[in-house]
Design a protein around this ligand. Structure first.
Ligand code: MN
Length: 466
């Protein structure tokens, strides 16, 4: 079955083009300024009139946490509801970050567990980042084997939390990752700084949410970013990717390494760090909604992160989607922020926020939006050019976006299971109208119309950073 999409405006990282698209067998067969109904290649094709619409590559979110078990709570979106939300927001592929497994387990443990959670449930294409919670030679051998056999070509390390790795362990990981062309994704916060403040504030009874950002200051992020980059350089310019960069100080450390010529490094930020302010924590109830790590920052941080995107200094915008219910799970932190499950929803909101707050407000261009939400995430994850672009041979993953529609962001219009959105009441320009996954329309007029299990497991190639 073929489909001819005509009359629309295609946006890629290269620019904005008046183009028609012919798709078949789940792939893009060709694009041209005009493919009319008399084109022999389009004989018998279904037709989609895209006049007045922007056509983007399906967006790629390489930082989600579906069904995440953090011990004190389990994220409310599983791989079905979370990927329905992703689809409705224009995201047609995710790469999910695994939870830690039981203490002492092999990296294989969570790979198997995540196939069990996702296979047959996901409705967009999906891959996994592995997780390393130790760095002994068996774990590193497993990492290499998982990359080869599962196409899991990136692994996450944490510089804080119980599953964190110390500098010696990070060196072992980075040296091996460099040799194997595996990307190491790092959660960068200094464990000593964060632990010191959390213990101190609990001791002093400072347990309202307003102490959460104070307990995880920008210095904690900046120090860990700087150290990670130094370790990577010492390990022979091992490939590293800084997830959820939140602060100007952290950004400055990344920028410094780039200016010094260090290669194989990348950085991601998220809509919450571009759009939301730490003042949200001043309300002890509302603040619970935004308890996440790293925490929300200040205007100067947001300005710096937007500027880095405008100047093409950072690589991607992902979500860190990790939703808990406000009425239930988040209330575990009502008396003590250190007991609040950490994370917030966002997988559905990302693309339209980048359009409405980024493109419409002149902070980034349309091609930059596509680069940060679609193309670069595909590159970093080793999915390009199958994903992230509108080109002959790519998967026919497409988003038709109405650039003019105006609406108000509210929980009731979203499809995830969380009972809140951090962007409640925000005036939005632009709407995701139709989403096509490998040639099949799975979202129409904002409604999900696909089938559970439509998503394919993605065996990924080598990261562009590796
Ligand atoms: Mn995360």
């Amino acid at each position: 079955m073929k489909t001819r999409i005509f009359g629309g405006t295609v946006v890629t990282e290269q620019g904005v083009f008046r183009k028609d698209i012919l798709i078949g067998d789940g792939r893009i067969l060709k694009t041209a300024e005009t493919i009319d109904e008399n084109d022999p290649d389009a004989a018998g094709a279904e037709e989609i009139n895209a006049a007045g619409k922007l056509i983007l590559p399906g967006a790629v979110d390489i930082h989600t946490h579906m069904d995440l078990d953090v011990g004190i709570a389990r994220a409310i979106d599983d791989f079905y509801s979370g990927t329905v939300a992703a689809a409705c927001g224009g995201t047609t592929a995710i790469v999910d970050h695994m939870a830690f497994g039981p203490k002492g387990c092999s990296p294989w443990h969570q790979v198997k567990e995540y196939h069990r959670l996702a296979d047959g449930n996901a409705v967009v294409d999906y891959g996994f980042h592995g997780v390393l919670q130790s760095a002994d030679s068996a774990a590193l051998d497993d990492m290499a084997e998982i990359a080869r056999t599962e196409g899991i070509t990136s692994f996450k390390v944490y510089m804080t939390y119980d599953g964190r790795l110390d500098d010696l362990e990070l060196m072992r990981v980075l040296e091996r990752a460099g040799k194997e062309h595996i990307l190491i994704c790092a959660h960068c916060e200094n464990h000593g700084i964060v632990t010191f403040f959390r213990e101190k504030f609990v001791r002093e009874g400072k347990t309202e949410t307003r102490w959460h950002p104070v307990s995880r200051p920008a210095e904690a992020e900046a120090e860990a970013v700087s150290r990670l980059l130094a370790l990577a350089r010492a390990a022979g310019e091992a490939p590293v990717y800084i997830v959820h960069l939140s602060s100007r100080r952290g950004l400055e450390e990344f920028r410094r390494a780039k200016k010094a010529g260090q290669e194989h490094i990348g950085a991601e930020t998220c809509p919450q760090y571009l759009l939301l302010d730490e003042k949200l924590y001043n309300d002890p109830q509302e603040g619970l909604k935004a308890v996440m790590a790293p925490p929300l920052r200040r205007q100067a941080d947001r300005d710096a992160l937007w500027q880095a995107l405008a100047e093409n200094e950072t690589d991607t915008v992902a979500t860190d989607h990790c939703p808990f219910t406000f009425a239930g799970q988040k209330q575990q932190g009502a008396e003590d922020f250190t007991k609040c499950p950490s994370g917030a929803p966002g997988v559905e909101e990302r693309l339209i926020l980048l359009y409405s707050e980024g493109v419409v407000k002149g902070r980034i261009t349309l091609p930059q939006m596509v680069k940060y939400a679609c193309t670069n995430p595909a590159r970093v994850a080793g999915l390009y050019p199958r994903k992230g672009t509108v080109e002959t041979g790519a998967d026919a993953d497409l988003v038709l976006l109405d650039p003019e529609k105006e609406w108000t962001m509210t929980t009731g219009r979203l499809h995830g299971k969380a009972d809140y959105t951090c962007y409640e009441g925000m005036k939005i320009r632009g709407a995701v109208e139709r989403v096509i996954l490998r040639g099949k329309t799975i979202v129409l007029n904002g409604n999900y119309i696909g089938t559970r299990g439509d998503g394919l497991y993605l065996r990924r190639g080598t990261s562009s950073l590796a």
